[in-house]
Design a protein around this ligand. Structure first.
Ligand SMILES: Cc1cc2nc3c(=O)[nH]c(=O)nc-3n(C[C@H](O)[C@H](O)[C@H](O)COP(=O)(O)OP(=O)(O)OC[C@H]3O[C@@H](n4cnc5c(N)ncnc54)[C@H](O)[C@@H]3O)c2cc1C
Length: 417
């Protein structure tokens, strides 16, 4: 099979890129070793995070560094044995989180964040997936009055600097909006981010976008991206249906992207931030109306089709290290103080790998010196949010159209040389 473009990886990022390339008249094969959406895109908190105008930075304050250093917090956990390996990444992450550098990363990402909802809505409309999306934003919940006061001030600033729709809720207003939470829960107040959408089944969303791709004539193939090789001026990969050759290839393998690129000489300083989820049975009247984040304990309670999904914060551990339930157990205990959480749906938690770069930006663009090799990965905490916008930007670059946003800051060239 010979085509214009191979897209490796059928997570939300690869599926979105394939659709945008197809929309520009390219013949595309989307290759994955599994069905679409079963990687990290399966288990996220479902937020299309329009209000996330500043990326998740490494803490800079000494008090926060000490608190995290003791490894006693539930939002971030370190596997000590992994620290020596990840130290260079953490150092670069810390440097990129200094105020000026963080401002630059946020500015690069902003045009993508700003179109994230419109881009999803456009795909969802065509894919018949709009019913999976919920308006009404999400809520940051605070138990500590000082933390709430600070968060409220920062939210007001973002409202005026970025035009975000934000409401500050006192305890009573929060409980009126989210009656599933217990009257006696230790709640100081909340910030309601009203712009974002949330998705009630992220797997179903990626599956619907992939179905749109095949419905429009795109081809989905089962194959191993590790078989990728250069073939003259083209690229080839082995699939269950035979060898597929294309002029351009897009690496959209999420957390597995860096390993493949290393084979072709590009060293990408990627690390994974592991995250867990588990669903809990919840009666309809005990289900929150929108995702709620317990900011003190660092987890999300997201209403999903399968139940109430509790997603954890960050675990720094090797990608292949066995899953554990340390963080999830701590978050579950905290959640039971906030609402009547039902019994778990699954026996074991799900574990996912957020693909992260130290400068908090994804990698989108051409690999220098290797004609036809393109990147679209590294979306960290915001891959669901940014998948369609990134796909649009990448398709602009591949087809030589003026990019809708400045793509320089995302170029893989920032890691070469
Ligand atoms: C707990 C948690 C909560 C999150 N919450 C949110 C949220 O609320 N909002 C948000 O925007 N983001 C969220 N994220 C982040 C988001 O889920 C990821 O950024 C996103 O899913 C990454 O998508 P992807 O397509 O790049 O990767 P993936 O979904 O991992 O897709 C990569 C694909 O590549 C395939 N693949 C890998 N290796 C090979 C190979 N050798 N051959 C063939 N195929 C291969 C895999 O099978 C997979 O389908 C969360 C993440 C976690 C872990």
């Amino acid at each position: 099979m010979t085509l214009d473009c191979l897209v490796l990886g059928a997570g939300i990022v690869g599926v979105s890129a394939a659709l945008h390339l197809q929309d520009r008249g390219r013949s595309v094969v989307l290759v994955d070793r599994a069905a679409p959406g079963h990687g990290t895109s399966y288990g996220n908190a479902g937020l299309i995070e329009r209000s996330s105008v500043v990326p998740y930075a490494f803490p800079r304050k000494l008090s926060a560094l000490l608190a995290y250093g003791l490894n006693r917090r539930s939002d971030v956990r370190y596997d000590w044995s992994h620290l020596p390996k990840i130290a260079p990444f953490l150092l670069r992450y810390w440097q990129a989180s200094a105020p000026k550098a963080l401002e630059a990363s946020a500015a690069a990402l902003l045009p993508l964040i700003e179109v994230s909802i419109d881009e999803h809505r456009a795909l969802a409309r065509r894919a018949g997936a709009e019913p999976l999306m919920r308006a009404g934003g999400w809520i940051s919940l605070y138990k500590n009055p000082a933390a709430f006061a600070l968060a409220a001030r920062e939210a007001e600033q973002l409202r005026s600097s970025h035009g975000l729709a934000v409401s500050i809720l006192d305890r009573a207003s929060f409980l009126a909006l989210e009656p599933a939470f217990s009257e006696g829960a230790p709640i100081a107040g909340a910030v309601h981010w009203e712009d974002p959408l949330s998705v009630e089944d992220p797997l179903a969303l990626t599956t619907a976008y992939a179905a749109l791709f095949t419905h429009q004539g795109g081809h989905l193939a089962v194959g191993d991206a590790d078989t990728l090789e250069q073939d003259g001026n083209s690229w080839a990969v082995q699939t269950a249906e035979g060898r597929v050759v294309a002029r351009d290839v897009v690496v959209a393998l999420g957390p597995q992207s860096a390993a493949l690129l290393a084979r072709f000489g590009l060293r990408v300083p990627m690390a994974v931030k592991r995250g867990y989820h588990r669903h809990y049975h919840q009666e309809a009247d005990a289900m929150p109306g929108r995702p709620v984040v317990d900011e003190d304990a660092g987890y999300v309670l997201a209403p999903m089709r399968q139940g109430l999904r509790l997603t954890t914060g960050i675990e720094f551990a090797a990608a292949d290290r066995a899953a554990n339930d340390i963080q999830l157990k701590a978050c579950e205990t905290a959640a039971r103080h906030l609402l009547d959480l039902g019994r778990p749906v699954e026996a074991e938690p799900w574990l996912g790998l957020r693909p992260c770069l130290p400068d908090m930006k994804p990698v989108i663009g051409a690999v220098p010196g290797l004609s036809g090799l393109w990147c679209d990965f590294g979306h960290a905490h915001h891959g669901l949010t940014l998948g369609p916008a990134s796909g649009r930007l990448l398709a602009d670059l591949i087809t030589g159209q003026p990019p809708f946003a400045d793509a320089h800051g995302f170029s893989p060239a920032r890691f070469s040389g």
